[in-house]
Design a protein around this ligand. Structure first.
Ligand code: 3PG
Length: 281
């Protein structure tokens, strides 16, 4: 049984070593395709793979068409907008993600960005503190919950809105539930986005929404860039804070968590048929 790890942006070495251990201890063979720049290399590598682990690599219908033996693909991470689920389903391939494994990494980045922003990007001028500021979380999944946990340590007053999470669940976590998205932007000094990229959310964070924030408000986006309406926010964003690269899950720990979870999910799937975290049901 061959497990292919195909990562344009490789995992940290320590994570690859861990994945290899899990794969080999289960009696499978590991194939590694890192930093590939030509999709043909992926087509070639996937041809005889039984299982595939990817990061943000695009698993398109073409990739699936080249995979003759593939039974399972695991996106080592939360967002699976890079997987063609229909193509997987059509070929009877189980698609999974590894939810929660890199959420602390993203949450720590949110706090780092916030400290940097309120200290005026370390330009030497007096900034302000996060303590006592109102933080609004748009969506209260794994990342939102981790941000809430850390932000409370900073003494922030945490609010959240999530159309899929009942207010009681939010309040149970010691976070104020707000009635709707607009109220979150109107109430909070900082809004941090933790929504997935779906047909409904893409481009949804637009001028009208963000303009509800008071002057000096901060918008943090560590979710998919597609949820932002970039042309509309460009002017607003220029006055706020953004990093040019997608880097939420870029920690060794997150690589280990997500990479090993992916390898273990594959072993468990082959051994027991466990399909927990399947995303193409
Ligand atoms: C996720 O959806 O889990 C993150 O965006 C991770 O993406 P990456 O593996 O490309 O860093």
């Amino acid at each position: 049984m061959k497990v292919l790890v195909a990562t344009e942006k490789p995992f940290a070495k320590v994570a690859v070593d861990g994945i290899r251990k899990v794969v080999e201890e289960n009696g499978y063979e590991l194939a590694l395709l890192e930093k590939y720049t030509d999709v043909n290399d992926l087509y070639k590598a996937v041809a005889d793979a039984d299982a595939l682990i990817v990061r943000s690599d695009k698993v398109t219908k073409e990739v699936i068409d080249h995979a003759n033996n593939l039974k399972i693909v695991v996106r080592a991470g939360a967002g699976y907008d890079n997987l063609d689920l229909e193509a997987c389903t059509a070929k009877g391939i189980v698609a999974m993600n590894t939810p929660g494994q890199n959420s602390n990494a993203v949450a720590e980045l949110v706090m780092g960005m916030l400290v940097y922003a309120v200290r005026n990007f370390y330009n030497g001028k007096s900034g302000s503190e996060l303590m006592g500021k109102k933080l609004g979380l748009l969506a209260f999944g794994n990342v939102g919950r981790n941000v809430a946990r850390i932000a409370k340590g900073f003494g922030m007053d945490v609010y959240a809105f999530d159309e899929f999470v009942p207010a009681e669940k939010i309040e149970e976590a010691g976070v104020h539930a707000v009635a709707n998205r607009d109220a979150l932007f109107e109430t909070c000094d900082v809004v941090s986005l933790h929504i997935p990229a779906t047909a409904e959310t893409k481009q949804s964070i637009n001028y009208a929404v963000v303009n509800k924030m008071h002057k000096g408000g901060i918008l943090v986006n560590t979710a998919r860039k597609e949820v932002i309406n970039e042309p509309e926010l460009l002017k607003l964003m220029a006055e706020r804070f953004a990093t040019p690269k997608k880097m939420g899950a870029q920690t060794e720990e997150a690589n280990i968590n997500a990479g090993l979870a992916a390898a273990n999910q594959i072993a468990d799937f082959f051994k027991t048929g466990n399909k927990r975290f399947q995303v193409n049901k």
